[in-house]
Design a protein around this ligand. Sequence first.
Ligand code: SAH
Length: 213
Amino acid sequence: MIDNFKHKGMRQQLVSTVKSKGITNEAVLNAIGKIPRHLFMDSSFLDHAYQDKAFPIAADQTISQPYTVAFQSELLQINKNDKVLEIGTGSGYQTAVLCELGAKVYSIERQQELFKKTSKFLPKLGYRAKKLVFGDGYKGLVEEAPFKSIIVTAGAPFVPKPLLAQLTIGGRLVIPVGDNVQTMTLFIRKGEKEFEKTEFGEFRFVPLLEDKN
Ligand code: SAH
């Protein structure tokens, strides 16, 4: 696993790109500048690792575009030691960003192959999530709830009720909602049954799938 000056240089380029698209949160930009994204991708895509694009990983899934990762991470407004739930571990890149932001990370992946691969890989880079779970993200993680933030990294056809229910008061859910194209949506829990909803731009994700386990 090599991370050399060339990679570091390309990463700084990527940070500039993401910044020029409107990301201002310094901690998020630092995380993008620090994490060796090329190591999260298959070797055939190494040359593409520091382009601001999504790319295929195993099991027909994708590693999200860095700008999208940054956009969602910024919306979460993470403070150190916040308990954060991620739906869709995938390559683990977003998980690593959450770790860099100082969060206590719980992440769920429904594909066994990715779950196994990423569970082995992240600790090798020094990223220790509190818990990586093989399961169905639609259900959230009730035994560890409530969470300060929940991030969904696949396109959700609707907002799963358990995710709203597993937020702390004041907690934030960032979820791309839609079928072919998704609207990035932020829910802030204002009270037991009260949520403030804000919609942002359109993004494209692989679908959040039901009924595999
Ligand atoms: N955060 C990932 C993005 C991966 S793409 C990264 O940075 O690489 C979305 C991921 O969500 C895929 O790995 C897919 O298998 C997973 N996924 C899809 N439906 C899911 C579900 N119901 N529960 C948990 N994970 C799911």
